[in-house]
Design a protein around this ligand. Structure first.
Ligand code: GLN
Length: 485
């Protein structure tokens, strides 16, 4: 692996600014690394080789720009973020040939900051899944052990960063899809507060849950990428109009004195694999040694979170995905003779099994006969869940817990959809409550030798505090390094 690819985004961005590394060198190093590792990892649906090189050449000619914090930095996007003129599939056959004519706001902000997009990452179809096994194209593998899943749904984004193919990737998180693959692949993944980053140009799954976020090899890198993307956007009325703090300035604290960390008893009990528990407890002990105070808290409705999430997410998905009908968007069956046959056959051919399952269930919970029993009930539980967090945050600044009950499992291990839904137990509550959450790699599990991620969650818009605590911990634990590939 070229030395350039071993650098963090923050390091390479600084070297690009001084001219020590040229934009062409950075892009070439990444493209070489992609070539060498893609046969095993399969993280990317699209690689933008020539285009990226051309862009880098033009940028080198003009010279670095101090006002552009990501100048010359190669990045990858999850393939549900619209990138002008680039195929954007959502890992679905139904969008196989979809080429947006506009950039998502998050993407145009990255470009304005000087980033070079070099690829589009594989994912679970329409972001539905936790392992990237639901992609209509191929399965992405975990760079730490290619027999294992990278997590999902942003599994391609996590794998490309972990494998050193780029310096950061964007993922999206509806119920854990940034934090889960970040945890399984040993990288940093941050799901910001709902409304912190514009969702314009993000092809929606569950609109009231979806958030875009950075996936990187260090906390500082995540802060840099978040800084560029955060803020109100007139094109997304749910993006919040509150000031964006200086996330980088928040980093570098000496210790964790004055910080209170809540440990929810529902997250630290039964069901947690021993190796995960051991790694996480060591991380919490480290936080205490750094001066943090820990207190037990309770998120009593955790048991209901899965049912609540899957009702709401499927309901919203069934509505969002109705636009893919072969007329306005998406694959069309050209042989059907009647209109209704055309809709049915186009959608049957275009959507995979998991997506169809969710459209059916989502339509069911929204139907007039069952709306009150399911959707309405779920909306009420969601509000109570939010209150649970509010109460917990009266006692602590941040919450710490697992991201997942286990480390990355083997490809094909979880064939039953329900089994797959259950592993989201610790991540979905943050989405239901709209709160920020992140995964920080804290070590390799003793039995599996696979990465373990610690989850931090905080009150709305507490990203600066969360990043600063995470960076202090990161600096004080043994770095995990990169997988050998
Ligand atoms: N695993 C969850 C689901 O399938 C979360 C996915 C996500 O966050 N996009 O819905």
């Amino acid at each position: 692996m070229s030395d350039i690819c071993k650098k963090t985004l923050s390091e390479v961005a600084a070297m690009l600014q001084t001219g020590e590394v040229k934009a062409v060198d950075a892009v070439t190093a990444c493209l070489d690394r992609i070539k060498a590792t893609e046969p095993q990892v399969k993280a990317l649906i699209t690689v933008l080789g020539e285009e990226a090189l051309k862009q880098a050449e033009a940028m080198d000619e003009a010279g670095p720009r101090a006002d552009k914090p990501l100048w010359g930095v190669p990045l990858v996007l999850k393939d549900l973020l619209a990138a002008k003129g680039t195929r954007t599939t959502c890992a679905s056959k139904i969008l196989d040939d979809f080429v947006p004519f506009y950039d998502a706001t998050a993407v145009s902000k990255l470009r304005d900051a000087g980033a070079i997009i070099i690829g589009k990452a594989n994912m679970d179809e329409f972001a539905m899944g936790s392992s990237t096994e639901n992609s209509a194209y191929f399965q992405t593998r975990n760079p730490w052990d290619t027999d294992r899943v990278p997590g999902g749904s942003s599994g391609g984004s996590a794998a490309t960063v972990a494998a050193g193919q780029c310096f950061a990737a964007l993922g999206t998180d509806t119920g854990g899809s940034i934090r889960t693959p970040a945890s399984f692949c040993g990288i940093v993944g941050l799901k910001p507060t709902y409304g912190r980053i514009s969702r314009f140009g993000l092809i929606a799954y569950g609109s009231s849950l979806d958030q875009i976020g950075p996936m990187t090899r260090s906390v500082e890198d995540a802060a840099r990428v978040l800084q560029v993307m955060a803020g109100h956007d007139p094109k997304d009325s749910t993006s919040v109009e509150i000031e964006v703090p200086d996330y980088l300035a928040a980093l570098g604290r000496e210790n964790l004195e004055g910080v209170t960390i809540g440990l929810p008893k529902e997250y630290w009990g039964e069901g947690l694999d021993e190796e995960v528990e051991v790694s996480l407890k060591a991380a919490v002990a480290k936080m205490e040694a750094l001066g943090a105070k820990t207190v037990p808290v309770s998120l009593g409705l955790t048991d209901y979170a899965i049912a609540t999430y899957y009702i709401i997410a499927m309901a919203e998905a069934s509505s969002n995905l109705s636009r893919f009908d072969g007329v306005r968007f998406g694959h069309r069956n050209t042989e059907a003779e009647e209109l209704i046959d055309m809709y049915t056959s186009s959608r049957t051919e275009g959507f995979g099994d998991e997506v169809q399952r969710r459209i059916i269930m989502g339509t069911y919970v929204l139907s007039s006969g069952y709306y009150d029993a399911y959707y309405n009930k779920a909306a009420k539980v969601r509000r109570l869940l939010r209150e649970d967090f509010e109460k917990a945050f009266e006692q602590c600044d941040l919450i710490a817990g697992p991201v997942l009950p286990t480390t990355a499992f083997k490809v094909g291990d979880k064939v039953d959809p329900l089994q797959m839904y259950l592993i989201d137990i610790f991540t979905i509550s943050a989405n239901l409550a709209g709160l920020p959450g992140m995964s920080l790699p804290v070590g390799l599990g003793k039995t599996s030798a696979m990465p373990v991620g610690l989850q931090l969650m905080g009150p709305a818009f507490s990203e600066a505090e969360m990043l600063s605590v995470a960076e202090c911990l990161e600096r004080n634990i043994e770095p995990m390094g990169m997988p050998e590939l």
